[in-house]
Design a protein around this ligand. Structure first.
Ligand code: FEO
Length: 170
């Protein structure tokens, strides 16, 4: 059975529920979008822009309030962990945001070009989702136990409170 910890020191689950809700939202909308319909496409792109901005904020919060602190703690104990160091180095958030923003310029192009863009966007979103969900699972399965091991209960409570506060400010 997977290890569990009290909710008040679980720094990932609550924000990740929100991120997974956003993922499910765009997957559902993607399925229902008719790319030859300009209103459908505009609505999808606006929602995707908002979702990816939120993913970026989530990543910045994790970097600043969780991963930096974990790296510092490990460094002070002379422990090197490449997973922590490289956690957000290869994700494709900026690339995806560019692709989504690029979609607005396809709006008034011929239908065949919009459909081509839609195909590209769909494929990129599927690839992104295929790595983003495991990424969050890795944070929960690998980094949370490390946090439990290297931080005190009160430290973790404070980190979680800050993480939630920052997400609510977005
Ligand atoms: Fe929680 Fe790095 O996504």
């Amino acid at each position: 059975m997977a290890p569990t910890w009290p909710e008040e020191v679980d720094v990932f689950s609550v924000p990740h529920s929100r991120m997974k809700e956003l993922v499910q939202g765009y997957l559902d909308q993607m399925t229902a979008t008719n790319f030859s319909n300009v209103i459908h496409l505009t609505t999808l792109l606006e929602n995707l822009c908002n979702a990816f901005q939120e993913f970026k904020i989530h990543e910045q919060i994790e970097n600043k309030y969780i991963l930096c602190r974990l790296r510092q703690k490990l460094r002070s104990l002379s422990i090197r962990n490449s997973a922590v160091c490289n956690c957000h180095s290869d994700n494709r958030l900026s690339e995806m945001l560019e692709l989504v923003k690029d979609g607005f310029q396809w709006m008034w192009r011929p239908q065949a070009e919009r459909l081509h863009y839609g195909f590209k966007l769909r494929r990129a979103l599927e690839e992104f989702t295929g790595s983003f969900i495991p990424h969050m699972e890795e944070e929960e399965a690998i980094f949370q136990p490390m946090l439990i091991e290297y931080f005190s209960y009160d430290e973790l409570k404070a980190i979680k409170a800050e993480v939630i506060k920052q997400h609510l400010r977005k």
